[in-house]
Design a protein around this ligand. Sequence first.
Ligand code: XMP
Length: 329
Amino acid sequence: MSVMSDNVRPASMARITTPALADAFIGEQVAALRARLGGKRVLLALSGGVDSSVVAALLIRAVGRQLVCVHVNHGLLRKGEPEQVVRVFRDELGAELIYVDAADRFLDALSGVAEPERKRKIIGKLFIDVFAEEAKKLDGIEFLAQGTIYPDILESGPIKSHHNVGGLPEELNFALVEPIRFLYKDEVRVVGRQLGLPEGMVSRQPFPGPGLGVRCVGAITRDRLEAVRESDAILREEFAAAGLAGKVWQYFTVVPDFKTTGVTDGKRTYAWPVVIRAVNTVDAVTAEVAELDFALVQRIVRRITAEVPGVNRVLWDVTPKPSATIEWE
Ligand code: XMP
């Protein structure tokens, strides 16, 4: 069960492929969490991704408002995501949720920073700072929950790179609670569905910790970031309408930091291009470009150029990995 100290999935653990198996897992975990936590409070950084959402839902079921969720909006989330986290967890599931709008702090810290790895470091460090600030305001927290899953343990040790709570200040040295640490991603999704999380949350495509920050190429500006966010929302909407959500592994838009000429309503424009990337992969080590219906592509191009301010051109990235990475930075 959850409180295993070793890092090897027990051989006796059946692969969770059905609602009945998910129910059994949920029952065991709820009992184990209640036994371990007693009446103590537990803290969770809730990004709204599949893993942290499933951990939140499990803990809400086990210990209700002993769980304190902190959702840090770093301003680099996709359109509608922070609102969905608040709606699902605070309004529908009744969780204790602290929502921190830190967008200005992140964008100020990132101002003028063009180098991808520096951008990642700034985002990662500030995330920990903001989370730690919130944690310090709370009394009686003894546990820290994390959405570590089995591939995280197999690949890089138990601490998730983005929510790198291993880097928390020492005075916030809580005992770790990792109830889904032996699950594979497909099992996490089955459990999430069984816990009643919305399908859009459970079947979400992978989203990098630095979020849209690595899709707004070079130094991030607020207007170009909005172009990334709006074009991404249109792409996701059109993929969903075409029945491709959950079928294509990862799809997103990128806005480079250069402009090209165009013409709209008979007037010349000088505006950004939007790049579309849609790939399939098994393990993200290599990836193939998804083959899409050209009518869908044209519809997306029409909508992006008509609806996204500051954009006059759409490019399609047709490069597999290798030679390109999936993300642009
Ligand atoms: P690349 O671009 O290296 O991406 O081909 C492989 C997968 O990893 C995701 N990715 C990240 N995830 N933090 C994350 O949590 C990051 O800094 C990061 N960079 C890339 C990427 O979205 C893809 O799924």
